[in-house]
Design a protein around this ligand. Structure first.
Ligand code: FE
Length: 233
């Protein structure tokens, strides 16, 4: 498997380029609009063909490159059901998406947003903002729901084998990867916490509103087509 982790320093977003060695087919997971040229260059340099773009959810903090990448490569855009209306394929829990010979299994992991999905590939899981390293996505906008997220974390993601490597959508402290075992043990929001404790934590974070939310959410519903973004916002 070809595996590359890419970083957008403005939004602290991780993008993953995953390719099948045999067919050279590849997917970009959570690509960022401003980094589309960088990502396409790497795809070409590694002699890959971009057949898919996966978004883990409709992002509030950056604009997806899914639309521009689709335009340039004819890649199929995949997103969770109830999410970006522009996606070519809306996936449900248990669905499989094939990228060359690689088979990704979709896990519905709502709670950060109601359309959040994780993509499982063997012993790697791409969790978007559902599960972060020693943290998790906020639940106070975009139909976020702390109770639902607790369920996604403890019943869906923590049900994976302990050795599963977790590749998150962001990190703000320079960490790159974690595992299910580590998060079960050390995630301060979830480890040893009851559902009620988790909800209490999530309801008392008092985070500022994401700077780009008013532009990013409508734009991302259209796969990053900026024409739909409100003017002057
Ligand atoms: Fe997010």
């Amino acid at each position: 498997m070809v595996f590359r982790q890419l970083f957008d320093s403005e939004s602290s977003t991780y993008t993953y380029l995953i390719g099948d060695e045999a067919t050279r087919h590849a997917v970009l997971i959570d690509p960022v609009f401003e980094q589309a040229e960088r990502d396409l260059k790497l795809v070409a340099e590694l002699d890959l063909t971009l057949t898919h773009v996966f978004d883990t959810h409709v992002h509030a903090d950056h604009i997806t490159a899914s639309g521009v990448l689709r335009e340039r490569t004819k890649a199929t855009v995949v997103g969770g059901v109830g999410g970006a209306r522009c996606a070519d394929v809306h996936v449900h829990h248990g669905d499989e998406v094939r990228v060359g010979g690689l088979i990704f299994r979709v896990l519905a992991t709502p709670g950060h947003t109601d359309d959040s999905v994780s993509y499982l590939l063997g012993d790697h899981v791409f969790t978007g903002d559902a599960l972060l390293i020693r943290g998790n996505g906020r639940t106070d906008f975009q139909n976020g729901n702390a109770r639902q997220l607790y369920d996604s974390l403890t019943r869906v993601l923590f049900a994976l084998p302990d050795s599963t490597l977790v590749h998150p959508g962001h990190d703000y402290l320079g960490r790159t990867v974690t595992s299910i075992a580590e998060e079960k043990r050390y995630n301060p929001r979830v480890a040893g916490r009851s559902e009620e404790e988790f909800i209490h934590i999530m309801e008392n974070l008092h985070l500022p509103k994401p700077r780009k939310i008013d532009i990013a959410v409508p734009a991302n519903s259209a796969c990053g087509d900026r024409v739909t973004a409100p003017q002057g916002a």
